[in-house]
Design a protein around this ligand. Structure first.
Ligand SMILES: Nc1ncnc2c1ncn2[C@@H]1O[C@H](COP(=O)(O)OP(=O)(O)OP(=O)(O)O)[C@@H](O)[C@H]1O
Length: 261
């Protein structure tokens, strides 16, 4: 593996009595494209939320770019050291959510420029220039002055991707970015993600229920069940020749539901 950019060591996450992540250990190499797959409720989204510091940690360590993400105990959990540290670590990571989360009262361009101007001190001119390049890349430059309510789900998601990229993160997290979309809009978002995977050296973590996309996109697949990694490997191994019974059963179900893997 290339130099690890993300390292999870003995990561545990509990919500009350429920253990959602159970002593997880894995690394993500710089530039690696990793897909997390597994049954509903297995803890995939929780991993992304913790990396984004939207949830805290119950135990273990996470290193991003060689630095601890969480290190102050608070009650039974670990939280980031302070606001300054949190801000610096968050700048390394961008996240795109299932439900877009665009600012509804801002136009497309302002959605993309707001965070760089407010959090990184980028001048409005420079932020606009970069935003227009990104909107062009995701095929949304012509909609720069449109409001989110005037966009389709696929268009909103492409703006959300541009918005996350505007902060120039090293790592991008994608949580089920196509599952809220009508089927005919899925392809346009997947095309943008393929473009990013192909043409950037960003480290990308993807949670998806679309196996064919995970297959085409990822360098490596992690198959999760009940908060543990059951199996990991390149798509050509996991999808073609899975070793573990739980992986086989999961893929069988997926195929029975009509998906290509
Ligand atoms: N804030 C929370 N409070 C309590 N339980 C939670 C919370 N967030 C997640 N959970 C529980 O943690 C478990 C893992 O959830 P998570 O969303 O990470 O699973 P997932 O693998 O991403 O599922 P899906 O594929 O359906 O999105 C689930 O049982 C969920 O109900």
């Amino acid at each position: 593996m290339a130099q690890p950019l993300i390292q999870l060591e003995h990561v545990t996450k509990r919500f009350g009595d429920l253990t959602v992540l159970d002593d997880l250990n894995f690394e993500v190499g710089a530039g690696e494209k990793l897909a997390l797959i597994g049954p509903s409720g297995s803890g995939k989204t929780t991993i992304l939320r913790i990396l984004m510091t939207l949830d805290d940690l119950s135990g273990g360590h996470i290193l991003v770019d060689g630095e601890q993400l969480f290190h102050m105990p608070r009650g039974e959990t670990l939280v980031p050291a302070d606001e300054k540290h949190l801000h610096r670590m968050r700048a390394k990571i961008g996240m795109v959510f299932q439900h877009f989360n665009l600012f509804p009262h801002k136009c497309v361009l302002d959605n993309v420029t707001l965070a760089p101007i407010l959090t990184q001190g980028v001048t409005p001119d420079a932020a606009n220039k970069r935003a227009m390049e990104l909107l062009d890349m995701v095929g949304m430059a012509e909609k720069a002055t449109a409001m989110p309510s005037q966009l389709s789900g696929g268009q909103k998601q492409r703006v959300a991707i541009a918005r996350a990229l505007a902060l120039q993160p090293k790592i991008m997290l994608f949580d089920e970015v196509t599952s809220a979309l009508d089927p005919e809009l899925v392809e346009e978002v997947l095309a943008v993600m393929h473009l990013l995977a192909r043409e950037t050296d960003m480290t990308m973590l993807l949670v998806t229920h679309e196996m064919s996309f995970a297959h085409d996109f990822a360098d490596r697949i992690l198959f999760f069940d009940r908060g543990k990694i059951v199996e990991s490997g390149p798509p050509s191994e996991i999808f073609v020749n899975p070793q573990e019974e739980r992986t086989k059963a999961f893929l069988k179900k997926v195929v029975a539901a009509g998906q290509r893997v």
